[in-house]
Design a protein around this ligand. Structure first.
Ligand SMILES: NC(=O)c1ccc[n+]([C@@H]2O[C@H](COP(=O)([O-])OP(=O)(O)OC[C@H]3O[C@@H](n4cnc5c(N)ncnc54)[C@H](OP(=O)(O)O)[C@@H]3O)[C@@H](O)[C@H]2O)c1
Length: 296
């Protein structure tokens, strides 16, 4: 039987790493995408050593750099004709706001724009799979995303009261994840593709390395293991006959998300903003899209 295929962004550490391990153990052929090749290749070596017959590889990609995202998509297209699981998990917290080379706030560029562009390119492969899943790692922090301030997505002000501005920007990137999921689910409705977002819980991963020490002291006692944090992600990828699409999940169940995350007009506005930012004219039809060459 043909192996199922999965691309896991941010699969080299934390929650994504646990999902990669589970998918490899279940016989999926897995590609990990992240920036640090040393870390990614060490995981690949470990999995090949520990799991007989493991088919797993690593591709270096900084999702905030759109040319690298296009190269990642091309590498996937060269390897596979269908993609059973697109796991959009990479994310980070930056204690000071900074921008990618195109001038977009870094967390938003990585977590939302990079994943948006990747999905645009890979949607034909996802649609070619009989029961495909798109799973996006959002967060309860999406509640902090507020009314979504489009004006500060480029050249954001770094002036802030303590960590308020970076925390809000992180929340906005996670709100963008959720708005993307809702709109993508609507657009692929009527196909067999299921698109869902989830909150993993407060998980003991490297994401907390740059948060303030007082904050870390307060939250550390409540953190759960990486394996526990990955459970819902693994479930959304592998559960047979999953019916739900466009949902926000936590602890293995559908959960309540913020009013902003359910705002259809805001989702449409973000979609249009993202297409313009990335030069996309026909989402999911990369072959017809001359704008994509501009972002490469
Ligand atoms: N930990 C929590 O409590 C928690 C709670 C809610 C949501 N989340 C979300 O869970 C997801 C995974 O985070 P984690 O907690 O597992 O953190 P983590 O241990 O720091 O793992 C993050 C992963 O993302 C990759 N990554 C970061 N920036 C990237 C970029 N620009 N391009 C490509 N890959 C990038 C990292 O690899 P490289 O650095 O090598 O690129 C790593 O593989 C994130 O989306 C995060 O927002 C976490």
């Amino acid at each position: 039987m043909q192996r199922k295929t999965a691309l896991v962004t941010g699969g080299s550490a934390g929650i994504g790493k646990e999902t990669v391990k589970a998918l490899v153990a279940q016989g999926y052929e897995v590609l990990i995408a992240a920036r640090d090749a040393r870390k990614g290749l060490a995981l690949v070596a470990q999995l090949r050593r520990d799991t007989p017959g493991a088919q797993v590889d690593f591709i270096a990609c900084d999702l905030s750099e759109f040319g690298q995202v296009v190269a990642l998509a091309q590498a996937v297209q060269a390897r596979w004709t269908q993609l059973d699981a697109l796991v959009l998990n990479a994310g980070l917290f930056t204690p000071q706001l900074r921008c990618n080379s195109a001038g977009y706030e870094f967390m938003f560029a990585t977590t939302h724009l990079g994943h948006f562009l990747l999905t645009h390119h890979l949607l034909p492969l996802v649609l070619a799979a009989p029961d495909a899943r798109v799973v996006v790692t959002s967060s309860v922090a999406h509640w902090m995303g507020g009314g979504f301030d489009f004006d500060s997505l480029r050249s954001p002000s770094t002036r802030s009261l303590l960590m308020l501005v970076p925390f809000r920007a992180y929340g906005r990137s996670k709100l963008a994840n959720l708005l993307f999921v809702r709109e993508l689910a609507r657009r692929v409705g009527g196909t067999s593709v299921k698109v869902n977002a989830f909150h993993p819980g407060p998980v003991n991963t490297e994401i907390w390395r740059d948060t303030p020490s007082l904050f870390n002291t307060l939250i550390r006692p409540g953190l759960i293991s990486e394996a526990a944090g990955a459970r819902t992600q693994i479930q959304l990828v592998t559960a047979p006959g999953l019916r739900e699409s466009g949902g926000y999940w936590a602890r293995g169940k559908l959960d309540y998300s913020s009013p902003a995350s359910r705002n259809r007009a805001l989702a449409a506005q973000l979609w249009q903003y993202s297409e313009q930012a990335l030069g996309i004219t026909r989402f999911g039809q990369p072959a017809d899209d001359t704008g994509l060459q501009q972002s490469a």
